[in-house]
Design a protein around this ligand. Structure first.
Ligand SMILES: C[S@@+](CC[C@H](N)C(=O)[O-])C[C@H]1O[C@@H](n2cnc3c(N)ncnc32)[C@H](O)[C@@H]1O
Length: 279
């Protein structure tokens, strides 16, 4: 096993490193200029090796899928913030994403499992000290989002941080790892926090449950101690959870939007769709 950050050597937290590398490999498409900064140089080689192994065993296009979804989310959040610069950001399963440093949110809360939060807090401090990022009002909170009481505490904290300001809610690359009822609750966490919240939730559709890339990924996950079980949802599930009609974006839609054509069909990709509710 490879050791990242001295503590993450497997488990679902490993996926945060993998998808960060995916964005770092496509900076023009992802427009995440900080993606390459979140993993310290001493660990980046290990992460690259992990990514190459994943690309060889599962599929070689995770850079495309993650950069497209991240780019769409960045563009959307930019619009939300332009419409109301007071908007506060809540990110669940934040991993090594950069949104609060790419866009001038007045406040943000990032929630993830303790090992990821510990690594992110440490790296934020290092990057601020090195002058790579500016100090920003971002709280990183260790939260098990599969724990209902922990979710309720998170909601309370976010309401206090927002103090009546509008909220934008993001759950990217997360809910399929949670059991069904928790996945639905996390999809609806933004709506549960405040009425009028814009929610952006990525998910795997029920219709794509037999996707061959996901089958290969299940095998790879077993090797890295990531639970292979997954929750698949429909747009009706998401509409019910997040409290409004869904504006849905498939990986093929996002390729058309940003690349002008579909270069890889969804059957050859992790079939991750982006659902937007409340816009
Ligand atoms: C595929 S990564 C996505 C990270 C980030 N959103 C991104 O797009 O780069 C999945 C993230 O969900 C987090 N996660 C998985 N299960 C979780 C749980 N029960 N509670 C909190 N975070 C969880 C993982 O630790 C990881 O950071």
């Amino acid at each position: 096993m490879v050791w990242f950050t001295g503590s993450v050597d497997g488990g679902v937290e490993l996926t945060a490193y993998l998808v960060n590398e995916s964005r770092a490999r496509c900076p023009e498409l992802s427009r995440d200029r900080l993606a390459g900064q979140w993993i310290p140089a001493r660990e980046r080689e290990q992460v690259r090796a992990l990514w190459d192994e994943y690309a060889g065993s599962v599929y070689p296009h995770d850079d495309l899928v993650c950069s497209l979804r991240g780019r769409y989310i960045l563009d959307l959040l930019e619009q939300v913030l332009r419409q109301d610069p007071d908007t506060v950001l809540l990110v669940c399963g934040a991993g090594f994403t950069s949104y609060p440093w790419l866009l001038p949110f007045p406040a943000a809360v990032e929630a993830d499992l303790p090992r990821v939060i510990e690594a992110k807090r440490r790296r934020v401090a290092e990057l601020v000290a090195a002058g790579v990022i500016e100090p920003r009002p971002v709280e990183q909170l260790p939260v098990d989002l599969a724990d209902r009481a922990a979710r309720e505490r998170l909601v309370e904290r976010v309401r206090a941080v927002a103090a009546g300001r509008p909220i934008a809610y993001l759950a990217e690359g997360l809910i399929f790892y949670l059991p069904g009822a928790d996945a639905r609750a996390v999809a609806g966490l933004g709506a549960a926090t405040a009425a009028g919240t814009v929610s952006v939730v990525t998910y795997w559709p029920v219709a794509a449950a037999d996707n061959r890339v996901l089958a290969a990924q299940r095998e790879w996950f077993r090797h890295w101690a990531v639970a292979p079980e997954a929750t698949y949802l429909t747009t009706d599930d998401l509409a019910a959870a997040a409290g409004g009609p869904v504006d849905n974006h498939s990986p093929e839609d996002l390729q058309r939007r940003y690349l002008g054509e579909v270069s890889v069909p969804e059957t050859e990709l992790v079939p991750e769709h982006v659902a937007v509710v409340g816009r």
